[in-house]
Design a protein around this ligand. Structure first.
Ligand code: FAD
Length: 466
């Protein structure tokens, strides 16, 4: 018998390590509540994870198996679980963050010491780190070059789920609650997790919205993106299955525009892999700027401004809508993530790590590589980042991508009665006008024009200018 250690792969289908183990012998699936991992987790993510585990356990039970649950240091509890069942060893899928790699080395050492075999598989990405490199064998630091090679490489087909008769006959343990794990209920309404939800979402997306993706994906009110991020993060859908669905969509595409839209969606999957590779080869970017300037960037530490940003009370409607969506749903649309991140790091000149920490606490889909990549992109410190002199104007961004202010009015009820014009020119209204349109909504806390100049000067100094 082999144990399969589930981590960020909370699914039975299209799971490489699980499929390989089931090809060899009976499999006992295990999940470990690892205190080191929980220390970096937050209520919305743990709520999603527990929901996914409940469904995974149901899946195994319906087929005569079960999911063993344990809590503690995986290096101890996995050895105990394997020895208790007289298992030969443990298979698992790789996780590419620095923290996970260090833990996995420790677990591998403990298994070696106990005389248990172990094997790790590439599963989370279509192309594992080290497989898409420059001609000199170096990791790419420019996305477009990476993406070109990534696209041209052959993709693996999805793996089948194990048959019921490959599952070890065991009874699992009760699933802990959030409180058992030491977490409060999340403030956000966390979306449902699980393999079925993920599959339905993927199918619905590939049935229609994917064909408008290139044109509409930047409009937060449209909802035409896949909303798969939390599922890809937790592995309730496999990446090969996701890609295969895009191949079917490509076959059904009836025009060049539709084919380009499918390709544009794949381009975002490539961003996900690009950032995972960046993190793998440079795990310290979690806390360090990827790109060094000659001098330190003179980040400002204004608690009041940061608080207004977190609370969605900056007086910039699209920024506030994004920050409230984060609080309410544990999710923010990508265009809006870019806007709020630019606002924090350029208009408020707050260190990107402040924003990253807040997102890590609040996002259900928080993924170290993508979150870090997104923040360092916006802060102009990342690999292939937004150039420091191209600073988003939140007023024009709001007007362009939410022209009817539908998104703003959905998340900022104080502005529900305001017209799109009033919302997009909120900074130009005089105090009496603002008072009569939306008395409870704040005036802008800073002047974008002035803050833009300050950010440019700050980055110029960081580059070595005066
Ligand atoms: P879709 O547009 O449908 O894209 C499909 C999938 O591609 C996503 O689910 C995601 O896995 C991947 N993807 C899409 N855009 C990106 C991108 N720019 N970078 C990397 N992968 C991408 N994404 C996360 O998954 N977790 C994060 O913690 C995260 N933090 C971010 C922080 C900032 C400041 C920014 C600017 C972006 C961040 N992103 C993050 C990327 C992106 O915003 C989300 O992946 C996307 O909004 C999720 O919605 P979706 O599933 O509908 O995306």
């Amino acid at each position: 018998m082999l144990l399969h250690w589930h981590r960020r792969d909370l699914r039975a289908t299209d799971n490489v390590a699980l499929a390989r183990a089931a090809d060899e012998c009976a499999v006992l699936p295990v999940f470990v509540f690892d205190d080191d991992v929980l220390a970096h987790a937050s209520p919305p993510r743990v709520a999603f994870m527990l929901d996914a585990l409940a469904e995974l356990r149901r899946w195994y039970r319906e087929r005569g198996g079960d999911l063993r649950l344990a809590r503690g240091d995986p290096a101890d509890v996995l050895v105990e679980a394997a020895e208790a069942r007289d298992a030969d060893g443990i298979y698992w899928n790789r996780d590419y963050s620095g923290l996970a790699q260090r833990r996995d080395e420790r677990v591998a050492g403990a298994l070696d010491a106990a005389g248990l075999t172990h094997e790790r598989f590439h599963d989370a990405l279509l192309h594992e780190p080290g497989s898409v490199t420059t001609n000199d064998g170096d990791p790419y630091s420019v996305y477009s070059y990476f993406a070109r090679k990534w696209r041209d490489r052959e993709k693996e087909a999805p793996y089948d789920a194990p048959d019921g008769d490959a599952l070890a006959d065991v009874r699992g343990d009760p699933l802990p609650s959030l409180a058992d794990l030491g977490f409060d209920e999340p403030e956000a309404e966390v979306e449902s997790a699980g393999m079925d939800v993920a599959r339905e979402r993927l199918d619905a997306f590939c049935d229609g919205p994917i064909y408008e993706y290139a044109e509409r994906r930047d409009y937060p009110a449209d909802g035409c993106t896949s909303r798969l991020s939390a599922h890809l993060k937790w592995g309730t859908i496999g990446i090969r299955a996701t890609y295969a669905a895009t191949e079917d969509a490509m076959d059904r595409a009836g025009s060049d525009a539709a084919r380009e839209a499918v390709e544009a969606f794949r381009g975002q999957l490539a961003w996900r892999e690009f950032y995972a590779h960046v993190l793998y080869f440079d795990p310290d970017v979690v806390t360090r700027n990827y790109r060094d300037y000659e001098n330190e960037i003179d980040w400002r530490d204004d608690e009041g401004e940061r608080r207004a940003w977190k609370d969605g009370r900056t007086g910039y409607p699209v920024v506030d809508a994004g920050m409230r969506q984060l609080r309410e749903e544990g999710y923010v649309h990508n265009r809006v993530r870019m806007i709020v991140a630019s606002f924090l790091t350029k208009d408020l000149l707050a260190d990107w790590r402040e924003g990253y920490d807040w997102f890590r606490e609040r996002l259900v889909d928080h993924d170290t590589a993508n979150d870090n990549g997104g923040w360092q992109w916006a802060a102009s410190t990342g690999t292939d980042a937004q150039p420091y002199f191209r600073i988003f104007n939140p007023w024009t961004q709001g007007e362009r991508y939410d022209p009817d202010a539908e998104y703003v009015r959905e998340y900022v009820p104080e502005l529900a009665g305001a017209t799109p014009d009033e919302i997009h020119s909120w900074h130009e209204l005089d105090p009496d006008e603002r008072e009569s349109v939306a008395p409870d909504y704040p005036a802008p806390i800073v002047d974008h024009g002035e803050r833009r100049e300050r950010a440019l000067a700050t980055f110029e100094r960081a580059r070595g200018g005066n």
